[in-house]
Design a protein around this ligand. Structure first.
Ligand code: CAA
Length: 285
């Protein structure tokens, strides 16, 4: 398949991940369209991006002019048809297969035939998502890590029918975004989550086994294993609901007991303790 030169990027879903990806895109010089379902949600994402860019100016990592120019490249919409001229659309909506299938089918009817469609899914199958479209060769995974503007990795995921051209174009975008991309196949959890999810769930089990507090567990893993942040702080950052969902999705595919979410964290999710975003998880924010 022939892929276009990537100049204009669409981002669907401007939650923590989508807003972070949009921030990277405008900083790298791409014209960027961000779509949320309601104007208020789009405005909130813009505020978040503007705030982080302002901090970069404060810390002299960016000039005021560069910040203004980056923000001028960012437009918001609630209407998917505004993606018609995008060369690459990155989906970062809720981790729900049916929602993603419906979105990809709709996107295919809007974008040009040569546009690339990428998903930021962390635990669903890119191949299954690509089954929603008649042209699965244009679908790849671009899996960013939280917080997207800070974490250097992006996994460029080859689904069963992804074309080499689409994969390489996504890899090149990853590089231009200042990331360290790696290529991998569409296996459950790809590379990092296949390892990190069971590891974090083991950490949560140790809370009860060793009868220690989240603070002490985090001290153990930062001071004793060199982690940049402790497992409880990390799950609070990622979102308890996101972590539980990813654990369940991977467990369904791999059936390894360590991958299943421990009851303690499922109860937290059910009680609405979602981590940083709800103000309380293992810690209070
Ligand atoms: N977006 C944009 N910019 C941000 C940001 C965000 N979400 N969060 C922070 N920043 C900016 C801020 O401007 C901040 O500076 P100020 O506080 O001066 O404003 C600057 O970045 C530095 O922030 P920190 O001081 O918090 O940075 P740090 O040096 O403590 O590092 C960290 C933070 C990079 C998150 C580090 O703690 C780390 O590497 N933690 C591990 C994170 C991790 O493992 N992530 C993967 C999660 S798993 C995942 O994402 C997979 C999945 O599919 C669920």
């Amino acid at each position: 398949m022939t892929v276009p030169e990537i100049r204009r990027i669409g981002v669907v879903g401007l939650g923590a991940m989508g807003a972070g990806i949009a921030q990277l895109a405008i900083e790298a010089g791409y014209e960027t369209v961000g779509r949320e379902v309601a104007d208020e949600l789009g405005d909130k994402a813009l505020e978040r991006v503007a705030h982080f860019l302002e901090r970069k100016v404060d810390k002299e990592q960016m000039t005021g002019e560069a910040r203004e120019a980056a923000l001028a490249r960012f437009s918001l919409t609630t209407d998917l048809t505004d993606f018609a001229e995008c060369d690459l659309v990155i989906e970062a909506i809720v981790e729900d297969l049916d929602a993603k299938l419906a979105l990809f089918a709709e996107l295919e009817s809007i974008v040009r035939p040569d546009a690339i469609l990428a998903t930021n899914t962390s635990a669903l199958s890119v191949t299954e998502i690509a089954s929603a479209v008649a042209t699965p060769e244009r679908v790849v995974g671009m899996h960013f890590f939280n917080p997207a503007p800070l974490m250097p990795l992006v996994e460029i995921v080859r689904a069963e029918l992804s074309s080499d051209e689409a994969l390489e174009a996504a890899y090149a975008v990853g590089e231009r975004l200042g990331k360290r991309p790696i290529r991998c196949h569409d296996t459950p959890g790809f590379v990092v989550n296949r390892i990190l999810i069971p590891l974090l769930n083991d950490c949560i089990r140790v809370l009860d086994e060793a009868r220690i507090s989240p603070g002490d567990l985090d001290t153990a893993m930062t001071a004793g294993a060199g982690w940049p942040m402790g497992p409880c702080a990390l799950v609070d950052l990622v979102g308890i609901d996101v972590h539980v969902h990813a654990s369940e999705a991977l467990y369904k595919k791999l059936r390894e007991p360590r991958i299943a979410p421990p009851p303690r964290i499922v109860a937290m999710k059910n009680a609405g303790l979602l981590g940083r975003k709800s103000g309380r998880g293992f810690y209070i924010y």
